[in-house]
Design a protein around this ligand. Structure first.
Ligand code: 48F
Length: 253
């Protein structure tokens, strides 16, 4: 078979343009492809929700790749072990209730699960603003290519519509901050110092719809609430992603 560069180009442009047109209006837009966003997206997609994951970096996986201080292992506690099983992430038992998984495998399996279930990924894409109209609800996201932002180019963004936006942007809680600074009744307290036990216990309660149409999950949920950080234990991230998916699924039903 003789290969033609222009056919390769047409293949990419044609397929991706179709997807982008289709995803201009979606049920759930998950901002950030770290562990909480990936779990949320995978579980939403598994339940038939049309979900797009918008990730500003080239790579998917957020802070999970690096494990603890670049030792590529994550710890997951008993309460979240069923989610390791659900996503077929292998683990070994350490002490009672502590399980250790490979960070690379965790990212790969969560990403694969989200893809298999039908979630679409838009990497290299930064959310730079939100749409809030008279109904005082986040009804869309303003997006641009990350390299545009990095180069400081003056290029206007595009906008997608969503029934729900999920702030899974981690420690910075970027979408919540956008809503707060655009006059939404949202306060972002910022995360507290390390306290793994408390941070993991509280994160599920902090995973909630903080403004109509905006659900926070993962470290963003703790940062909004002024809650502690937890370091490289990831059960809370998985459970928070699951909780966010559950909230949205129930509300869309
Ligand atoms: O930080 P991140 O992994 O978020 P998470 O799911 O997990 C936190 C843990 O990794 C760890 C921890 C717990 O165990 O403390 O830190 O809460 O992933 C957040 C993702 O959001 C992307 C960012 O590149 C990262 O991959 N992101 C941030 N801002 C934007 C964004 C934005 N404006 N638009 C698109 N993506």
């Amino acid at each position: 078979m003789k290969l033609d560069e222009v056919t390769i180009t047409r293949a990419i442009l044609s397929e991706q343009s179709k997807v982008m047109l289709d995803y201009v209006d979606i049920d759930a837009a998950v901002v950030g492809a770290g562990p909480s966003g990936l779990v949320c997206a995978a579980l939403l997609a598994e339940n038939g929700v049309k979900v797009g994951v918008i990730e500003k970096k080239l790579s998917i996986g957020g802070g999970m790749w690096g494990g603890g201080m670049m030792f590529p292992r994550i710890v997951v506690q008993e309460e979240a072990r069923r989610l390791l099983d659900h996503f077929s992430i292998a683990y070994t038992a350490f002490e009672e209730g502590y399980y250790v998984a490979k960070s690379v495998e965790a990212v790969a399996k969560l990403s694969a699960a989200a893809c298999d279930a039908g979630a679409e990924f838009f990497n290299l894409t930064t959310v730079e603003d939100v749409v809030i109209k008279d109904d005082r609800r986040v009804s869309g996201l303003v997006i641009n290519w990350t390299p545009v932002e990095m180069a400081g180019l003056h290029v206007d963004p595009l906008t997608i519509a969503c029934r729900y936006a999920v702030d899974a942007t981690g420690h910075d809680a970027m979408v919540a901050r956008m809503v707060a600074c655009k006059g939404g009744e949202v306060a972002v307290s910022g995360e507290g110092p390390m306290w793994a036990d408390r941070a993991e216990a509280m994160i599920i309660g902090h995973t909630r719809e903080i403004f109509p149409g905006l659900v926070v999950t993962g470290m963003a949920a703790n940062a909004v609430a002024g809650e502690h950080r937890m370091g490289p234990i990831f059960g809370g991230m998985f459970l928070s992603g699951e909780r966010a998916a559950e909230l949205i699924r129930k509300s869309l039903r």
